[in-house]
Structures are given as structure tokens and as C-alpha cells.
Design a protein around this ligand. Structure first.
Ligand code: ACM
Ligand code: ZN
Length: 530
């Protein structure tokens, strides 16, 4: 009996002391003004959410709000709703939002539809861990992201992940206010993008018969490796990718597809060996690292092939930015290839780096006819950037800095702050396999994407930041989630907050709550942090 009373009073104590909703989520809103009079609104089932009639994006926003907050959707104009969604917020930042909670209910206003979506996400995160009655203190809460490009990359070439996981991944990005999903679709170890005119790519180049066991650090010859006998297969049909593009767009996420050229192409060479300088034969690579075999820049068939591939890529992905890769493409084959050397002579080029630029320029011109713009890894600077190329700076900040000084757009994704395939804890035995390195949560949070020695004018070319998930050693969706979370939470604040708005200690307090949300949503994450 006494035990029962104790349990009951303990339960009552817990209910009474449930944390007040304070709207302090991740990313942190810039302004949270809670009414001092203690008044609050009780959010209850049966309440309604309304949106401006005839706006399909706002209709979808209303459906999200209803799903997250447990409400019913009504169209604006028919009946005054309890939660009203609207655009028209005066701000030069289209992603800005203001949430007002007061006597008249809740209003979520965005500078555009995306702003409304972010407001809904903030409200959702504010209440996600509530179990009893949801009391929303009267308040005004507003937020806006610092950067226009807030990216996350996922490599689906080294390991293939099913459509269901890609959608879950997109949901995770949306929860964190990310608006660009950089989708790495092809590499030496597998081709995942269906090209209807070149069916061998999906049928054969997507199949890696076996993979090296363990790591191939210091391996000079792949023939000496020990392999498993488990094929890694899979590709995305165009129908599936279109569906994913639409799924992401509803969540205000643009998918930037990457077909990596002229290196990281062995999977394609395995079915079209004539596109390599030596003519092959080539096998879909079962080891990791950088291959000497790349596309032959002197063979006119190479550009024909690329235009077919990128033509279909543009049919599927509406993104203005199209990623052409450009990283880790050794030029040794080009140096001894008669076709490549003849091409250099014809174009009067003085080195092989310029030969890579020649391909980039061809691709830039081709993609421009479709209204697109190329973005490439920072190696694309080496032979001179093509006129409108954007640069993704991964080997530190210097490439991005150089590009910004040349007035080219930049995304900062330096290994030291952004490579989520690195370990997040010092003790490697306490976590799943990483590629190496050490990137703790605190180091992600400390990232400053804009180098201090850029002028104000140059700094404008830094579009934002991106974290990358290379999946050589991530074999399952669970492993990807573990590497992503909670580091994505830190990246989210890098992308949303100005340096003076960041506060790591306070972030950690909010993260403790956010981790409970991860748990509720069934996401895997690293529970400790350094
Ligand atoms: C890269 O990590 N090779 C871009
Ligand atoms: Zn060649």
C-alpha cells in the first residue's frame, strides 16, 4: 500500500514537473518572446489547421502540420482555424518564419511557403516529447537561416540504400532544416542511376561481385586483396528517382545529383571499356580508394556518353545545380594516351589539368542549354574554372576561398569539419566502423564556413555548408543514421545561425531533448558526444 502511494505520488510529481514548453529547439530560433503573464493555449485533438485556398504547397504544409501536431485540416475561408498558416511575412529571406501563439490561436507565417514549413518544424520539435496535455505558452517565435545552401551528401554508390531509406533520410534532413540533398549516384564501385539509352549501366555496372574484407590501406595491387563473396547490387529507376525528387520537394529539399567525372568511373568503364584510355578490360571495383583509370578525354565518344547520361539526369532532376564531381582523377593515363595527348595538342593545352577543364567546359555548355549550372569538387580549380562553375571545397577551405575570390559560388565541406564517415568518439571500439579520422560533435559545431580573410563582397559567394556521408564502411541504414546523428544537429546550427548566435553549452542542453525526439522517431544515433 505504502509502495503504491509512493509510486502514485512520484507519477504525479513527474507530471507536474514536466518541462515547460520553451520553443528552444534545434536549430535555435533567433527570437523567442514568451508572454510574462503565464497564459497558454492547450493544443488538443480536434483542433484545426487552415491554409490559403488554392495554394497546393500550403495545403501540403497544412497536412504536415496536422500530422505533426495531431490536428485536422480545413481550407482557409470556410471556417476560422485554430492554427493558421500563411505566407506574406516581410523578409528578404524566403525561409524566414514567425510563429505567434496567443488568444486567437496559432499563426505560422512565412516569407514564402518554405518559411511556413520551417515554422511548422519548430513548433513540432517544441512539443514532440510531450506526453500529457500540451500547453503552449503565449509567445512570438521567429527564425531564419544564415545560409541559402544547407546540404547533406549521401553516397549510394559504395553501398546501395533502398528507396524507403532514402525517404527516411530526407525526413531526417527536413527535421534539421536542411534544404539540399547531394546524391552521389555513381562511383568506381557501382553505378546506381538508370540511363534508359544505356541499359548496361543499370543492369551490369550496378553489380559489384565482391568487396574487399576490411580496409585496403597501403594495398598496391587489388589482386592481392581478400574479398567477400557477397555481391552489392542495386540501382534507382527513373520512376523511383522522380518519386524521391517529389518527396524531397514537398519538404523544401532540392536534390543535387552527382555523376562523378572523369574519375570514379570504373563501374561505367566495366561496360564501356572503349571509353578508358587503355581500353580495359575493367571490373566494377571491389576495393576503395582512387583509381588511375578514368574516362579518356581524347575520345569523342566520351563526351557523347556523358551528354546521354547527363541529358537523362536533367530529365529526372530539376535542380539548377548539377554536380559533375571532378575529384580524385589522376592524370597518369592521360599522360601516356595518344588520344588524350592529341586532344591537348589540338586545343593547345599545356598540361593535363587543363584537359579536365576542357571536359568541364563542354559539360557546362551542354548543361547550360538545359538551364543548368555545374558544381564540382575543388580539384576543378586546378586547370582553371569554367565560367559559371560553382565549387565544393572538401580539401580544407582554401579551394573555396580561391573560388570566392574569383567570384564563383562556393559550398564549404572541408574534411575536418564535415566528413561524417570519420569517427565521432576517440574510443574506436565504442562505435561502429569509420573510415578513420576523428570528428567529434564539438568540432562540427565549431565550423565557420566563411573564412575571415575574405572581403565582404567575396564572402557573399559562400552559399553555405554541407556534411558528407561516404559509405565505404556503412553497410546498413542504421549505420548511416548513427554516423549522421547527432552531428547533423550541430551542422544544422552551423547552417542556420550566425557566429554570435551560436552557443555550444546551450546547444548541448537542447540536444539532450532532441535526442529524446530521435528516440521517439526511431532514429539510430550516437548517444554520447565529445
Ligand atoms: C571526396 O571526398 N573525394 C570529394
Ligand atoms: Zn585517353
Amino acid at each position: 500500500m505504502i509502495k503504491q502511494i509512493l509510486i502514485l505520488s512520484l507519477a504525479a510529481f513527474c507530471l507536474n514537473t514536466a518541462a515547460e514548453i520553451n520553443y528552444q529547439v534545434i536549430p535555435m530560433p533567433q527570437q523567442i518572446d514568451i508572454n510574462k503573464d503565464g497564459k497558454y493555449m492547450v493544443l488538443s485533438k480536434g483542433m484545426t489547421v487552415g491554409y490559403p485556398s488554392g495554394n497546393l504547397q500550403m495545403k501540403r504544409n497544412a497536412e504536415f502540420a496536422a500530422e505533426y501536431l495531431g490536428l485536422n485540416v480545413i481550407e482557409e475561408g470556410k471556417k476560422k482555424a485554430d492554427v493558421n498558416l500563411m505566407t506574406g511575412l516581410k523578409s528578404s529571406n524566403p525561409d524566414a518564419y514567425v510563429i505567434t501563439i496567443g488568444q486567437k490561436g496559432i499563426m505560422i507565417q512565412g516569407a514564402s511557403e518554405s518559411g511556413v514549413f520551417y515554422g511548422i518544424q519548430t513548433l513540432r520539435k517544441s512539443i514532440m516529447n510531450e506526453t500529457g496535455e500540451i500547453r503552449l505558452p503565449y509567445a512570438v517565435v521567429s527564425g531564419e537561416p544564415r545560409f541559402t545552401y544547407r546540404g547533406t551528401e549521401l553516397d549510394c554508390a559504395r553501398h546501395f540504400f533502398p528507396v524507403s531509406f532514402i525517404k527516411k533520410f530526407i525526413d531526417i534532413l527536413a527535421l534539421h532544416g536542411i534544404n539540399r540533398f547531394h546524391w552521389h549516384l555513381t562511383d568506381d564501385q557501382g553505378w546506381r542511376f538508370e540511363v534508359k539509352a544505356l541499359p548496361e549501366l543499370a543492369e551490369k555496372a550496378s553489380v559489384r561481385p565482391c568487396t574487399i574484407i576490411g580496409k585496403n590501406v597501403g594495398l598496391s595491387n587489388p589482386d592481392n586483396a581478400i574479398y567477400d563473396d557477397t555481391p552489392e547490387t542495386g540501382y534507382y529507376t527513373q520512376e523511383e528517382m522522380r518519386d524521391i525528387v517529389a518527396y524531397a520537394a514537398e519538404r523544401y529539399i532540392t536534390i543535387i545529383p552527382e555523376i562523378d567525372l572523369p574519375g570514379h568511373m570504373i563501374a561505367a568503364l566495366s561496360v564501356y571499356p572503349e571509353l578508358g584510355c587503355t581500353g580495359g578490360p575493367y571490373k566494377v571495383w571491389g576495393v576503395w580508394g582512387v583509381a588511375d583509370d578514368v574516362l579518356c578525354a581524347g575520345n569523342p565518344k566520351t563526351l557523347e556518353f556523358l551528354k546521354t547520361v547527363y541529358g537523362e539526369l536533367c530529365d529526372v532532376f530539376p535542380s539548377k545545380l548539377i554536380h559533375i564531381g571532378g575529384d580524385e582523377s589522376p592524370r597518369v593515363r592521360w599522360k601516356s594516351c595518344p588520344k588524350c595527348q592529341a586532344k591537348m595538342k589540338e586545343l593547345n593545352l599545356s598540361n593535363e589539368a587543363q584537359l579536365q577543364t576542357y571536359i568541364n567546359k563542354e559539360m557546362e555548355a551542354f548543361l547550360a542549354t538545359k538551364g543548368r549550372q555545374i558544381i564540382g569538387w575543388d580539384e576543378t580549380l586546378e586547370g582553371g574554372l569554367s565560367e559559371n562553375a560553382a565549387v565544393m571545397s572538401w580539401r580544407g577551405y582554401d579551394g573555396g576561398k580561391a573560388a570566392a575570390k574569383l567570384h564563383h559560388q562556393v559550398v564549404m565541406t572541408p574534411t575536418n569539419n564535415c566528413y561524417f564517415d570519420y569517427y565521432q568518439l576517440k574510443n574506436r571500439d565504442a562505435q561502429p566502423l569509420g573510415i578513420g579520422g576523428y570528428l567529434p560533435l564539438s568540432k562540427v559545431y565549431s565550423m565557420e564556413p566563411v573564412p575571415s580573410d575574405l572581403t565582404k563582397e567575396e564572402a557573399k559567394y559562400i552559399m553555405g555548408a554541407q556534411c558528407n556521408l561516404w559509405t565505404e564502411y556503412m553497410l546498413s541504414p542504421d549505420h548511416v543514421e548513427y554516423m549522421l546523428l547527432p552531428r547533423l544537429a550541430a551542422m544544422s546550427e552551423v547552417q542556420w545561425l550566425k557566429p554570435e548566435e551560436k552557443n555550444y553549452e546551450q546547444f548541448l542542453e537542447r540536444l539532450a531533448t532532441f535526442k529524446q525526439s530521435y528516440q521517439r522517431l526511431g532514429y539510430k544515433f550516437c548517444t554520447s558526444h565529445e
